[in-house]
Design a protein around this ligand. Structure first.
Ligand code: COA
Length: 335
């Protein structure tokens, strides 16, 4: 039967490493507060000259090289981002042009922190239906250019960083998907009634004028978050999503070799682990070093885990994410 498998990964972090103490110069915060509340020590910011697709380009090239796939073999680009180069066209189109792949389709995936899992679910479905054979999934983000660096924006700003991660997914003929290297399943959810609890409201067509000076004066062009509410929902939905994927595949926590969660707050991942009884050594977190790179956290985590020898061929991996929308999702795949 035709299934899809991830055959390579790549990632990119900009050069500018920003420590918690560097943020103290702009806002009333401290290394202690940020680390205790979120587990973050540092994050990376893109150069002002870089666009989101520039980060995605490097991660994509590295993933193609790692997979041993020539760019001309790619049938489709799925580009996950909430920090697009421009409002339109999609960042996938800019990425496609920079890769020199004119002609193939490029789809943007806009499900915020859950985007990467939404994207691999789409790649998996396209491959299972026989429409495409090799798909590049790239998640790339420049959050630093949208953040409010005054004290008023500190609750959001200290959490986010820039970066990109990419994987190459190909069609594979398998006899037993439970034992061979492939994506077993993905599970996607959203609840738009919470859309305004974590959002970047302007510019937007919902207003009589899509962008005004008043909106900028109100800092509506910076992301806003009801942090406590997001936290409460995240610690409920993340374990639910993992349990759903385990049940669907008749698996138990002990069958999973590595958990690669979204990186929003170390406390969310610790709470998820506690609810599900996941031993600490089975979880790979990058938040301390990279912060929350939104859609890029999971592929960045995959590539980092591979490079650091934590993710090895044959391992069964479970990923889950929660984010703005609200959206949440999970996936189980054999590496
Ligand atoms: N530095 C110092 N103090 C800060 C601060 C910062 N960066 N951000 C907020 N504070 C202050 C608040 O103003 C508040 O002060 P007050 O008590 O005088 O009003 C105090 O710290 C406590 O704030 P609170 O919001 O209660 O903290 P918290 O324990 O809920 O932690 C978050 C805040 C944002 C870390 C936490 O709510 C969280 O992680 N939420 C989920 C975020 C998330 O996952 N987002 C992405 C989803 S993809």
């Amino acid at each position: 039967m035709i299934r899809s498998r991830i055959i390579g990964s790549g990632s990119f972090l900009p050069e500018n490493k920003v420590l918690n103490n560097d943020l103290v110069k702009f806002m009333d915060t401290s290394d202690e507060w940020i680390f205790q509340r979120s587990g973050i020590r540092s994050r990376y910011y893109a150069d002002k000259s870089q666009a989101t697709s520039d980060l995605g380009l490097i991660a994509s090239q590295r993933a193609l090289e790692n997979a041993g796939v020539k760019k001309e073999e790619i049938d489709l680009i799925l580009c996950a981002t909430i920090s697009p180069d421009h409002e339109f066209p999609g960042t996938g189109c800019f990425l496609q042009a920079k890769l020199g792949l004119s002609g193939i389709p490029a789809i943007d995936v806009r499900q915020q922190c859950s985007s990467f899992i939404y994207a691999i679910a789409q790649a998996d479905a396209f491959i299972r239906m026989g429409m495409y054979k090799k798909i590049l999934v790239t998640a790339c983000e420049i959050q630093s250019k949208a953040l409010d660096f005054s004290t008023a924006g500190r609750d959001v700003t200290v959490l986010f960083g820039d970066g990109a991660g990419s994987v190459v997914i190909e069609a594979v003929d398998v006899k037993d998907p439970t034992k061979e290297r492939c994506i077993l399943s993905s599970h996607l959810h959203a609840d738009g009634s919470f859309a305004k609890e974590l959002w970047l409201q302007a510019p937007g067509s919902a207003y009589q004028e899509r962008m005004t000076q008043a909106m900028m004066n109100n800092t509506e062009d910076h992301p806003k978050m009801n942090g406590k509410l997001v936290f409460v929902h995240a610690v409920k939905r993340m374990p639910e999503a993992i349990q759903e994927a385990l049940n669907f595949n008749n698996l138990k926590i002990s069958d999973i070799d590595l958990f690669l969660f979204h990186q929003a707050n170390i406390r969310i991942n610790e709470a998820t682990a506690k609810v599900l009884g996941i031993p600490e050594e089975k979880i790979f977190n990058t938040i301390e070093r990279f912060g929350n790179t939104t859609s890029a956290t999971i592929p960045l985590g995959i590539d980092t885990a591979v490079k650091e020898g934590k993710l090895k061929p044959g391992m069964l991996v479970a990923s889950a994410a929660f984010g703005s929308g609200f959206t949440w999702a999970s996936s189980i795949y054999r590496w």
